[in-house]
Design a protein around this ligand. Sequence first.
Ligand code: BTN
Length: 247
Amino acid sequence: MDAFATDAVEPLLEGRFGRPLRFVPRTESTQDLLRPDDPEGAVAATDEQTAGRGRQGRRWIAPRGRAILCSVLLRPPPGRRLPELSLVAGVAVADAIEEALGLSAQIKWPNDVLVNRKKVAGILAEARGDAVVLGIGVNVNQAREELPADTRPPAASLLTIDGVERDREPILARILARLEHHYDLWREGGLDAIYVDLGSRDFLRGRRVSVDGVSGTAARIDREGRLVIDVDGAERAIESGEVTYDA
Ligand code: BTN
């Protein structure tokens, strides 16, 4: 697999996201490569992370050169809810994956992007003062045996889904273009402004779920980015947590 080529991304950039695009061949985590004085839309990317982070203190593991591993610096308006940004990014990543694969992608609240019920991408939003570092990991060219085993949802890559090996650069450029588009809409109008693209991809809707001791049927992701669960006819809105669900 060729090393990631930033030269191949730059001509494909459509807006302000991806400028600058900082690439290092190997790093602990791209989440730590962006600086407080970087402009909004600055991106750090790598071919290999030695201490990649996932949500809930988990590790994010991908073999060198197979995945998109990047972080984007955002400066949302004060007072906006961080979890909403994971969903904004989820929509952007789902758009880019759908374009690459020609298959529909779903969003599993709060931060997973799934294709055929398998996780192909994850998003991690970390606050840095007033800024947010949005980490995006997309499994692109991993073979089945290179993916983490026994995860729920099970992991997949674009390669394991349709057998096609892809250049990562155009997919990253497309993620950045879609992220900028949906982020700008969200800045102006909140999740309402992107709700058609979010609600229609809600993987959990209608499934039996449990989050932090609350069990019921997932009703929807609401306009504040919470998961609404119907518990015997009464609705409970969950702010954050780890969802288990019936297949
Ligand atoms: C998750 O699904 O738990 C979130 C995974 C986020 C992984 C990405 S890879 C690039 C960036 N750097 C990290 O250390 N984590 C994020």
